[in-house]
Design a binder for this molecule. Structure first.
Ligand SMILES: [Zn+2]
Length: 497
């Protein structure tokens, strides 16, 4: 067997372990009986240990070394680049640090849950301090050129740096803050009375959102939808994609847009290359690009007037109590903009401000510009700066997200990158298919999915994220398209001049 084939067969074995882990983790959140928790965490820990030791096997390193000097095809060198990336990430950390991080992570998670429930940041502060210290130690081992935070960003979006993000976020902030302010001052407000006077049965929500997920192209022969506390999309591979949702009978759009979001993730997974399955070329490239697919279907498509032009009659058929709801009312209602405390409930216009706050907080923390103990005040002042509101307590403020309890510093910016990429991809699609909006208003979304299949999904990790966006859209990642999208949409909806 050639060195390349030897390496690929090892990587495919790792991918099999990963897919078993994917199913076990999915089951843990959906159907596992409570008493199964202990054994499940042992099973998952065993799998991740097995995968880790196979990955850090020195023979992997020798194979990579020898192949990097070979004459390789584009496909082969892309696979080698990504395998090298994983190998380096796995081998650069001393085993003692990996163990300490794993041990502390589950401990910190429990402390955070209690601190949030009791609205007491001081309980969480020492655990956060420790997580921060471990993340900084890891970043030093990974290495970076300019800013220690670069090494953390790179874990979730390869190649992303503070200098790039500072630029993207400054441009966004300059435009979004005044836009949100103008929306707040506008006298045009969505009419939400139909929401208050109706109950939306779980059964109806399931029926309607399944219709939508099927219609936009999710293949239920190669995937399924279930219920869980926190919606997610995972699974075993491109032909077994599983996503979840949750129901609130007083508000149907949480479920609908949650389903469209997770369906977007699922469509990406289902569109990956079968030829390269189990290798980086057959895997999604980054969190940011993944999020671009979910945000595209959830927001750009799902909250458009064209979407509702097609789906309003189905919605009224499933929920007859809403009466004769008109297109304007529902279109405005699903685009209600309001500065709010909680990121996961934020609308399209304010969402990225929540991310920018977290970005500023993380950057300040890892560079030692703010102390953990001063975080609640720092958080609240950022909320005031960006959104003009101050949280009444830390549970609805600095303690709201799970990420820092898991030591995931550098993760948040991928959410905004997803929004930016989604708008860039949407503009590029419109250049190729100018009548796309009228197709969507007739329920014909296949051309949009085909475009994503050809330009994003099938390439897997062939290029790094910013190169993939460049290949697909002709432009490097930028906030321009997103700003154009937001302004056009909300100036119209809120009658702004
Ligand atoms: Zn997502």
């Amino acid at each position: 067997m050639s060195n390349y084939n030897e390496l690929i067969s090892r990587v495919k074995e790792l991918s099999v372990i990963e897919s078993i882990g994917g199913l076990l983790a999915w089951d843990q959140e959906t159907f596992m009986p409570p008493k199964g928790a202990q054994l499940r965490s042992e099973s998952l820990a065993y799998l991740s240990k097995t995968a880790h030791s196979a990955l850090i096997n020195p023979e992997m390193g020798s194979l990579l070394d020898s192949l990097e000097n070979d004459n390789l095809t584009d496909i082969e060198s892309a696979n080698i680049r990504e395998i090298r990336r994983s190998y380096d990430k796995a081998t650069k950390l001393p085993t003692s640090l990996v163990e300490e991080m794993a041990r502390h992570k589950s401990h910190a998670l429990q402390i955070w849950q209690k601190a949030r429930a009791e609205n007491d940041f001081t309980q969480f502060a020492p655990a956060l301090e420790k997580n921060l210290d471990l993340a900084c130690q890891a970043a030093e081992h990974y290495g970076y050129e300019e800013n220690i935070y670069d090494a953390m960003l790179d874990i979730y979006e390869q190649g992303m740096t503070v200098s790039q993000l500072d630029l993207l976020f400054a441009g966004l902030r300059k435009e979004i803050v005044p836009l949100v302010k103008a929306i707040g001052e506008s006298t045009s407000k969505p009419d939400l009375t139909f929401l208050k006077s109706t109950s939306f049965s779980e059964e109806g929500q399931r029926d309607f959102s399944l219709r939508v997920a099927k219609a936009i192209g999710f293949d239920f022969e190669g995937g399924r939808m279930d219920t869980s506390t926190h919606p997610f999309c995972s699974g075993a591979g491109p032909d077994d994609v599983r996503f979840t949702t949750r129901y609130d009978e007083s508000f149907p759009f949480g479920c609908l847009y949650g389903v469209m979001h997770e369906t977007g993730h699922g469509l990406y997974e289902q569109g990956l290359s079968r030829e390269h399955e189990g290798t980086p070329l057959g895997k999604a490239v980054s969190l940011g690009v993944h999020e671009s697919q979910s945000r595209l279907w959830e927001n750009v498509v799902g909250r458009s007037r064209e979407f509702w032009n097609h789906w309003l009659s189905d919605f009224c058929e499933v929920f007859p109590d809403v009466g004769d709801l008109d297109l304007d009312t529902i279109h405005c209602a699903v685009n209600n903009v309001e500065p709010s405390l909680i990121r996961v409930e934020a609308d399209e216009a304010t969402y990225n401000l929540h991310i920018m706050i977290r970005y500023e907080v993380e950057k300040a923390l890892v560079n030692g510009n703010v102390k953990v103990n001063d975080l609640p005040q720092f958080w609240n002042s950022q909320m005031e700066n960006y959104l003009g509101i101050t949280p009444p307590d830390d549970a609805q403020g600095v303690l709201q997200d799970i990420h820092w309890s898991m030591g995931a510093f550098g993760y948040f910016p991928t959410y905004t990158l997803g929004n930016l990429y989604a708008s860039q991809l949407w503009e590029a699609t419109l250049r190729d298919i100018p009548d796309l909006p009228s197709l969507i208003s007739r329920g014909e979304t296949q051309p949009l999915l085909d475009w994503m299949r050809t330009n994003i999904h099938i390439h897997g990790s062939r290029w790094e994220p910013d190169d993939l966006i460049l290949q697909a859209t002709g432009e490097k990642p930028s906030s321009d398209a997103f700003i154009r999208y937001l302004k056009q949409k909300f100036q119209h909806l809120y009658n702004l001049s």
